[in-house]
Design a protein around this ligand. Structure first.
Ligand code: CO8
Length: 260
């Protein structure tokens, strides 16, 4: 598979995807979007791969947003008829059932912040900056920013960020629950890959089910989510990995996972 705007590497069971337009601060043009959709589909379909990491090239930006130069001349009908960015919602979020992590190495603004928030969790470099500055362009978030940011950091901060376009630094992002932890920039890739490797070493079906369960918390009522959690738990009890995991614990030996 060849790509021009992203880099895709594998390290054992981990796929590392790097947005590679550093001169444009990794702005998300339509080619980046299409290539990311393909890369995630390939990751999802590859049985050897258990977890992915998405990051940006260079030390300045994860992604500074949708490509403003590309959007500037587009008319409303073009955005509407193409259902702009709908692909990401369905492919990166809904169809990627395996876990993936965003390793945010600098600016994550507008669509870049929204893309990071599509990940299962975010690890941030100490220089990371998050923001939804679309209002300063006369628009608003269009890929889930107003919804995911509000769920992550609460109404007060999300509202202020959307209305003023101010950026949140890494320390505030960690305090506010937007990111799982902050690490020095030079340790970011190693930390994210190590974490992804740990996730990839877990029983595959259980990892997918755990991801689905946590995501359900954001999508339905507590009552329905609890039923869904019980059913998914009950399904996992029928797997070979459940029998193996419990037997290995009792016999005090390492488990050998089958992924089913
Ligand atoms: N799009 C295109 N090019 C960009 C973008 C962008 N989002 N961000 C930066 N660049 C380019 C700059 O134009 C510049 O290019 P050049 O060298 O050719 O002039 C290069 O990257 C470097 O940028 P700067 O010189 O501006 O670097 P600074 O360090 O001075 O500033 C900032 C860094 C603060 C990140 C600044 O570049 C900036 O404010 N960028 C724009 C951030 C922004 O507004 N992002 C939101 C974009 S809109 C969006 O994402 C909407 C998503 C939802 C749409 C849904 C539609 C349905």
């Amino acid at each position: 598979m060849t790509y021009e705007t992203i880099l895709v590497e594998t390290f054992g069971a981990v796929t590392l995807i790097t947005i590679n337009r550093p001169k444009a601060l990794n702005a998300l043009n339509s080619q980046v979007c299409a290539e990311l959709v393909r890369a995630f589909a390939t990751f999802e379909a590859d049985e050897a791969q258990g977890c992915a990491v998405l990051t940006g090239s260079g030390d300045k930006a994860f992604a500074a947003g949708a490509d403003i130069k590309e959007m500037a001349d587009k008319r409303a009908a073009e955005f509407f008829l193409a259902d702009f960015f709908a692909d990401w919602q369905s492919r990166l979020v809904k169809s990627t059932r395996k876990p993936w992590i965003a390793a945010v190495n600098g600016f994550a603004l507008g669509g870049g912040c929204e893309l990071a928030m599509m990940a299962d969790f975010i690890i941030a470099a100490d220089c990371a900056k998050f923001g939804q500055p679309e209002i300063k362009l006369g628009v608003a978030p269009g890929m889930g920013g107003s919804q995911r940011l509000t769920r992550a950091v609460g109404k007060a901060k999300a509202m202020e960020m959307c209305l003023t376009g101010r950026m949140m630094d890494a320390a505030e992002a960690e305090r506010s629950g937007l990111v799982t932890r902050v690490v020095p920039l030079k340790e970011l890739a190693e930390d994210a890959l190590r974490t992804a490797n740990l996730i990839a070493s877990m029983p595959r079906m259980a990892a997918m089910v755990n991801k689905e369960m946590v995501n359900t918390a954001f999508e339905t009522t507590l009552e329905q989510a609890l039923v869904s959690e019980r059913r998914l738990f009950q399904i996992l009890t029928a797997t070979q990995d459940k029998a193996e995991g419990m037997e290995a614990f009792i016999k005090k030996r390492p488990a050998v996972w089958q992924g089913r």
